[in-house]
Ligand binder design. Sequence first.
Ligand code: GLN
Length: 303
Amino acid sequence: MEFTTLLEGIVARMRTAPDKGRVADYIPELASVDPDQFGIALALADGRFFAAGDADTAFSIQSVSKVFTLALALGRLGDGLWHRVGREPSGLPFNSILQLEHEKGIPRNPFINAGALVVTDAILAGHQPREVLGEILRFVRAAADDEHIHIDEAVARSETDHGHRNMALAYFLAAHGNFVNSPELTCGTYFHQCAIEMTVRQLAMAGRFLVGGPGKPNLISRDSVRRINALMLTCGHYDGSGDFAYRVGLPGKSGVGGGILVIAPGRASIAVWSPGLNQHGNSALGTLAVEHLARETGWSIFG
Ligand code: GLN
């Protein structure tokens, strides 16, 4: 398999794809991102690395950050985390509040916003936001082997100014006794983790700890690797998770900045970015691109 040719071919196909989706605009700072950008990167388990397209342009990782905070929370709390958040797909949009009322403030999974807020609240307990954000950045930088990864303050501020829906989720969780810190502190920390900027090169490198096998950054246990991959497959694309599993057949986590981290267990960490989103808030061309990649390589967890 000639990976350079494969990735260049995918970039060329995406440049002429008919439906690029729509850029997220509920965070005003993201609304101004040029939708005609596409980048893809591949970090193979054997150490080889390939990238094509806009692979050196940084974008807002948004909900892809939930993978890193989940890894930190599992390391710190272990199975205790599951008293506060479930492990079932929600079948509803990422920012939905509906199930929280029926399910007594226990979010369905750690990747919908309500669940991710609980995860961030759990790692924030007993610490200052600054310390926890430092810890999240240290984790991401160690995973990517890159000290240049940072938070885009303008994006964090933009979401803080417009994040009423997440504040509502946080207050609802607090009303059910499933919040330790003030909604302001936890949401502030969450908005900053979502505002981490990375290129697809950096994100593909950072995902290697979820590939498994020797030679990868040994940041979490093998059990956690398997469990996070399972949650990415079942919940990583919200109410588009079934469609992503059907089309791509690999665990993935999307963000409204248009990035997706995809793991081919034992083989590769893949990062793709295109800012236009589909109706579920997942990158339209990013999904199409990894669908092509999975088909061409034959990578699938389903055989
Ligand atoms: N920061 C965004 C939000 O909370 C993340 C959502 C996403 O990427 N799906 O709305």
